[in-house]
Design a protein around this ligand. Structure first.
Ligand code: SAM
Length: 215
């Protein structure tokens, strides 16, 4: 379903980038921040779980978790190029019947989608201006766990992302990256009935795993 967010992300996440990411994934496996999410979800010892991957890109999280933790998955993404590569890889792995692919801004279609046991957002909140709306909708859809990665609130990333956005403005490209306040994201998820059970840091990315405590 075309939307303003999809138009913006379609140009930011192009076919060429999607193909390169898929090639790298096939060669080297998941990148480090995605490995943190996979490890965190696997630590919950779930089986036959239903996964909702928001902004899943080339689909690494479901390609991996459908091997052990998950039984089926929904992948919602605003980029048609990334979805195309994700679908091709799912078919190559024999997962095509187990993944539902939806081209949309998740916040716009969330009310039509069922809840899942596990919801993931790997490097997604930083692409979306309104983290309240995105995380609230994501939290509403998780019956059990929610894992996300986002850029750390450090001085070097504040400067780095300002530079990236400066060049985006110069190129007249409307896509921006966002360094959302971690404490506010954490408070929002706590208000939605979750507690943070794991926090891991890399140089750029932070991974947080939340478990639902209030139904
Ligand atoms: C930086 S990429 C990350 C892709 C993948 N999760 C990964 O870590 O490799 C961000 C992805 O989120 C998607 N995205 C951003 N905002 C979204 C939204 N509101 N709804 C659905 N997808 C969204 C983009 O289209 C893009 O595929």
């Amino acid at each position: 379903m075309p939307c303003n967010c999809c138009e913006i992300t379609d140009s930011a996440f192009s076919e060429a980038e999607a193909k390169t990411e898929l090639r790298n994934y096939r060669k080297r496996g998941p990148v480090n921040q995605t490995k943190l999410i996979l490890k965190a979800i696997r630590s919950l010892n779930l089986r036959d779980a239903e996964l909702l991957d928001i902004g899943g890109g080339i689909g690494v999280i479901h390609h991996e978790l459908l091997e052990d933790v998950a039984d089926r998955a929904t992948h919602v993404d605003a980029s048609s190029a990334y979805l195309k590569e994700a679908k091709a890889e799912a078919a190559r792995r024999g997962h095509e019947g187990r993944v539902r692919f939806i081209h949309a801004d998740f916040t716009e279609v969330a009310s039509d989608l069922p809840k899942a046991d596990v919801v993931t957002l790997d490097r997604v909140v930083c692409c979306y201006p309104d983290f309240h709306r995105l995380l609230k909708a994501a939290a509403d859809h998780s019956r059990g766990a929610l894992a996300l990665t986002y850029p750390r609130e450090t001085w070097y990333l504040r400067i780095g992302l300002r530079i990236v956005n400066f060049f985006q403005r110069l190129r007249r490209d409307p896509f921006r990256v966002f360094l959302h306040p971690v404490a506010e994201m954490d408070s929002l998820l706590k208000r939605e009935g979750f507690e943070r059970v794991s926090l891991r840091r890399l140089f750029v990315w932070e991974m947080a795993l939340y478990k639902r405590t209030v139904l």
